[in-house]
Design a protein around this ligand. Structure first.
Ligand code: KIV
Ligand code: ZN
Length: 444
């Protein structure tokens, strides 16, 4: 089956940078742009050159340092903006000028104070001007989702006529919903004359938490490009998150028969780099790349994960570049994960003995939330002293045996110290004498 190819337009360095606390220096932008290149994005929007000398320099440096992707620069529909963007893009192998002009009556009346007719003429004229600098021109009717659709179609026809090659439809204020946005993209594809000469693009903001859902609806309706940012950073509640869109397409290819050129195992390293550069942490429960995205605390989940990760994970951590799943030891944890952590720390117990450790562990976990390795070790020693320490010779023998059959579970011992007890996942075979249901009930 051949999948339609979706162009991934990353605007972390432009729209993402516009979010409070996320501004980046030139060298930081170049470093992130090189990582976006490794990630495989098709277009990098490197900045808004008229905004400041720093932004101009950043676009210039990214254009010179990163030859493979298209490098885009933003410009208002004004000659000096466009000329400045073109100048910043001089070194780009594949430059794109991205011109925008608001089209909703709210913006025309209260912000720009121009009529619809003036807007139409300005869009037409400025895209033509941009085209005199470079063949690849994107046009965005800002606040498109609150624009009268008939007027929107007229503007889009005018800019196609002037040479726009990508028509980006921004949900500037994150107002639309998936069914409405999908229908809008579809009607643009059906009603706008000359639309076959351009790619339709979606640019969604997350004010209602719908940016990714709206982007997917647009793709389903025929958008060929999606605009997004790493970690979903961007104005106000942010932009559509690149990692979520890409993994939704990848994991649910049965529903979305589209492909991207993204090297998904670079998603987590890219997210981490952005976090390091901006100092803005990702929420722990953020889909795909959040600290808890592959962490399991509930006993029932831990038990399932140890038997087969398919029970509670729909993608592997490795597929997005996360080193491993984690079983976090807290009050919801069960015996199965506890016994694994004990083994990682060098202690092995029979069931009855582990029951005693578990009883003490639950009391402690109720008090301290996350049980640290040193607390677990103290608890073990208090209950049984050093009686259950796995002899080093046995550990070595087990490691050698599992290495011989290509099993990396020998890495389980000794455990890696961490700020809280987090057992990295290595399935433990269930004891043979137990019935399955009995084992399940014991394990959690
Ligand atoms: O959200 C928006 O409308 C924008 C445009 C400049 C594309 O970021
Ligand atoms: Zn935006």
């Amino acid at each position: 089956m051949s999948y339609a190819r979706i162009t991934v337009f990353d605007t972390t360095l432009r729209d993402g940078e516009q979010s409070p606390g996320c501004s980046m220096h030139v060298q930081e932008k170049v470093r992130l742009a090189l990582q976006l290149d490794r990630l495989g994005v098709d277009v990098i929007e490197a900045g808004f050159p008229i905004a400041s000398d720093g932004d101009f320099a950043a676009v210039r440096s990214v254009a010179a340092a990163v030859p493979r992707p298209v490098i885009a620069a933003l410009a208002r529909a004004a000659k000096h903006d466009i000329a400045r963007a073109a100048q910043a893009l001089e070194a780009a192998v594949r430059p794109r000028i991205h011109v925008f002009l608001a089209t909703s009556d709210i913006h025309l009346q209260h912000k720009l104070r121009i009529s619809r007719q003036q807007c139409l003429e300005q869009a037409h004229e400025m895209v033509r001007y941009a085209k005199s600098f470079c063949p690849d021109i994107e046009f965005s009717p800002e606040d498109a989702t609150r624009t009268d659709p008939e007027f929107l179609f007229q503007v889009l026809e005018a800019v196609i006529e002037s040479g726009a090659t990508t028509l980006n439809i921004p949900d500037t204020v994150g107002y639309t919903v998936p069914s409405e946005f999908g229908a809008l993209i579809q009607s643009i594809r059906q009603r706008v004359k000359g639309i076959e000469k351009a790619i339709v693009s979606a640019h969604c903001h997350n004010d209602l938490g719908l940016a990714v859902a709206n982007s997917l609806a647009a793709i389903g309706a025929g958008a060929g490009q999606v605009e997004c940012t790493i970690n979903g950073i961007g104005e106000r509640a942010g932009n559509a998150s690149l990692e979520e869109i890409v993994m939704a397409l990848r994991v649910r290819a049965d529903k979305y028969p589209y492909e991207t050129q993204i090297a998904t195992e670079q998603l987590y390293p890219t997210s981490q780099m952005l976090e390091e550069i901006t100092g803005i942490s990702v929420q722990p429960n953020k889909a795909v790349i959040g600290r808890n995205a592959f962490a399991h605390e509930a006993g029932i989940h831990q038990d399932g994960m140890l038997k087969n990760p398919l029970t509670y994970e729909i993608m592997t951590p490795k597929s997005v570049g996360v080193p491993d799943s984690k079983l976090v030891l807290g009050k919801h944890s069960g015996r199965h994960a506890l016994s694994l952590r004990c083994e990682q720390l060098g202690y092995r117990f029979e069931r009855r003995e582990l029951d005693e450790i578990y009883r003490r562990f639950v009391v402690l976990a109720d008090e301290v939330k996350h049980v640290h390795d040193h607390q677990l070790l103290a608890l073990i020693r208090e209950a049984y002293g050093e009686d259950h320490r796995i002899p080093p010779a046995r550990v070595e023998a087990e490691q050698a045996a599992s290495a011989a059959v290509g099993d990396d579970s020998h890495r389980r011992f000794p455990g890696t110290p961490s700020d809280y007890s987090a057992a990295h996942l290595s399935p433990v075979p269930a004891p043979e004498h137990q019935g399955e249901q009995e084992d399940y009930l014991w394990g959690v």
